[in-house]
Each structure stands twice: as C-alpha cells, then as structure tokens.
Ligand binder design. Sequence first.
Ligand code: AP5
Length: 218
Amino acid sequence: MNIILLGPPGAGKGTQAARLEAQRGMVQLSTGDMLRQALAQGTPVGIQAKAVMDAGALVSDAIVSALVGERLDGLEERGSIFDGYPRTRAQAEALDQLLSDRGRALDFVIELEVDEDALVERITGRFSCAVCNAPYHDIYKLPKVEETCDKCGSREFKRRPDDNEATVRTRLGEYRAKTAPILPYYEQRGLVHRVDGMASVEEVSAQVDAILDSSISD
Ligand code: AP5
C-alpha cells in the first residue's frame, strides 16, 4: 500500500506515519527527516537546504524528488507512507512517475484537517530527546521525571530551528499557497480521504486505520 499524509505543518503527519511504521510495518518516507539527516551528515544537499528550511520556505522540487526516488526501491513488500511529500504539483507528478516506474500506484491520500491557530501552539511547544528522538511537548507531554527522557533516560533535548512562531507562519503560508492546491489533482482520481486532525492522537489514529482497512475489506 502507498499512502500520502497531507496536511499543514503540525497537523500530525509525522506522528501518524511513525505509528503506522511501528504498527503496520510500512515505511515512513519523510522528506523533512531526509533533509535534516542530509544536513547532519554535512552533505551538499543538506547544507544547501538549511537556509531554505530555516526560513520556512520549500526546498527545490528536483532535490526532494531525487531524495524520495533514492529511498523507494525495495519497499514494495512493506508499503510506503509519504510524509510531507509531495508539496507542489511538480512533486505530485514526479511521485506518480517514481511509482509507475516501479509498477506501483497510490492507494490513498489522507488529508489531516486542522485549525491553523492551534498548530502554532502545537509546533512551538514541541521538543524531542536528543538521543532517541522520543517526542515531547511543553504543554501536552512533558517527561514524567523532570528533564529526563521517559524512554532512554537522556537529559539532552532538542528543538527544531524552524519551530519558532514566525517561521511556522511562513510554513503555513507555503502550505496554503503551494500544497493545498494539489488536492484537486488527487480528488479527481477519487483518492482523497479526510480526517479530523484536531481530534486526539488516538481518535486520529482510529480514523486513519479505518481508511486503510477499508481497502482490505473491499
Ligand atoms: P517537515 O519536517 O516535513 O515539517 P512539516 O511539514 O512542517 O511538518 P511537521 O513535522 O512540523 O509537522 P507534522 O505534520 O509532521 O506534525 P507532528 O506529527 O510532528 O518539513 C520541514 C521543512 O523541510 C519544510 O518547511 C521545507 O523547508 C522542507 N521540506 C520538507 N519536505 C519538503 C518537500 N516535499 N518539498 C520542499 N521542501 C520540503 O505533530 C506536531 C506536534 O503536534 C507534535 O508535538 C505532536 O506530538 C503533536 N500532535 C500530533 N498529532 C496530534 C493530535 N492529534 N492532537 C494533539 N497533538 C498532536
């Protein structure tokens, strides 16, 4: 199965993709994570992308589509979750080509519908363990023991440089201008399913699972 999780920054794409990977064995393909990994490794792509990401703008279509293409081979058995990709019409067309070259096709595009004001609070409060990446939030999910990761015991935490209010507002603007307009491209193929992204993580998970399971019962 190949699915796209579509929604503005903070909508919960990464949360759902990581859960689906853990529970269903599918593979999370997050272009944001790929770019951050490229930067951590000091590759030319990562270094070039940094300033664009820090400003909240979109990295070039050619770069992100090439990153996705490099990861796609060998995933046929497990299925793919596209998280944060595609983000433009050119990327949507590139993804179709990448999949058809491998004899594969999209099954679902799941749009997480959210209230933008709530997203700013969600994103600016987010932080994670610097060692194991366990996710936390200043308001909704603090570590059980102060400043100690619940999962691995580390006392080191990190925040993304693009998770400040000004950059989040730019990222939301980019989503409205360039990403939301690709929905009709998928709607006309009957692929789009909508989920209430303002519900609890458990409720969103149940809605996503119901969509994926609908293909099994078809
Ligand atoms: P990327 O890393 O993809 O960031 P994003 O799309 O802005 O999405 P986020 O990771 O911020 O949010 P999310 O929807 O995954 O939400 P999450 O689950 O974390 O991209 C970063 C940058 O890279 C871009 O700005 C761009 O520069 C570049 N880039 C990446 N892909 C690109 C592409 N294809 N083309 C061009 N450039 C690209 O949840 C957020 C928070 O909310 C968490 O704290 C979480 O715990 C919490 N939460 C999640 N669900 C719920 C819920 N239901 N209720 C309450 N809280 C919830």
